[in-house]
Write a protein that binds this ligand. Structure first.
Ligand SMILES: O=C(NCCO)c1cc(-c2ccc(F)cc2)cc(O)c1O
Ligand SMILES: [Mg+2]
Length: 214
């Protein structure tokens, strides 16, 4: 039986990147996706925008929804201050299996907690299970029809505080229309669109940065 795209991406990392060097893992994945096989990582263009927000927020606690192969997990975790952690949720066990190995190859496993399962089930348990009060930064990059329900769930579970920052990938392509309408019309958010392109393509996409006002 053949390999999967995530498995081929992992092989490229193991072959071409330098163990313990997050930047080499990022560069290897971007090269693989441009030259060999497109994959749905946030990519280098939107990734640079994400980096700037991570540095601006310098979060004590971060949540990522949608790990995939761990590319954005590595991008975010490499910028986190010592002693701070990122919790990343992934529904697909095959993606999670690859992501664990990519994160470990980058040497960032101490800063990352990868939790497998449906975000809708895990989010209500985060406070009690992981001793989190609120998240300073949330990166939404999972199923596009889960952005809105999971954002409402984060609010209801008291996991957001005044100033918490939500960064949402793919608000144009594939698109998250209900989420976008909500954060742009709700008095509870101050929202801003960062125009960019779908990873490794010329197609328009972008990130929406939404600050929770409480
Ligand atoms: O589904 C996505 N993520 C959740 C996976 O569990 C996703 C999809 C795409 C994409 C796919 C197919 C296409 F034609 C265009 C875009 C891009 C992304 O950045 C994504 O995050
Ligand atoms: Mg995405």
């Amino acid at each position: 039986t053949g390999s999967t795209r995530p498995q081929r991406l992992l092989k490229a990392v193991q072959k071409n990147a330098t163990k313990g060097d997050p930047q080499s893992v990022i560069s290897t994945i971007d090269h693989f996706c441009r030259r060999c096989e497109w994959a749905m990582n946030v990519g280098d263009e939107k990734g640079t925008i994400l980096d700037s927000v991570v540095c601006e927020v310098s979060p004590g606690s971060t949540l990522e929804l949608g790990t995939y192969c761990g590319y954005s997990t590595v991008r975010i975790a490499r910028l986190l201050a010592p002693g701070t952690k990122l919790i990343t949720l992934e529904f697909n066990p095959d993606f999670a299996k690859v992501a664990r190995q990519v994160i470990e190859f980058a040497g960032l496993q101490e800063k990352v907690l990868l939790v497998e399962g449906p975000s809708g089930d895990i989010i209500p348990k985060i406070k009690e299970q992981f001793g989190i009060t609120t998240f300073d930064l949330v990166f939404l990059d999972h199923w596009k029809d889960r952005y809105l329900p999971d954002t409402k769930l984060l609010e209801e579970c008291g996991l957001l505080r005044k100033g918490s920052v939500l960064m949402a990938d793919n608000v144009i392509c594939p698109g998250t229309p209900d989420y976008l309408a909500y954060v742009r019309s709700s008095p509870k958010y101050d929202s801003k669109y960062f125009k960019s392109h779908l990873e490794y393509t010329k197609v328009e996409d972008g990130l929406e940065k939404s600050v929770y006002l409480g």
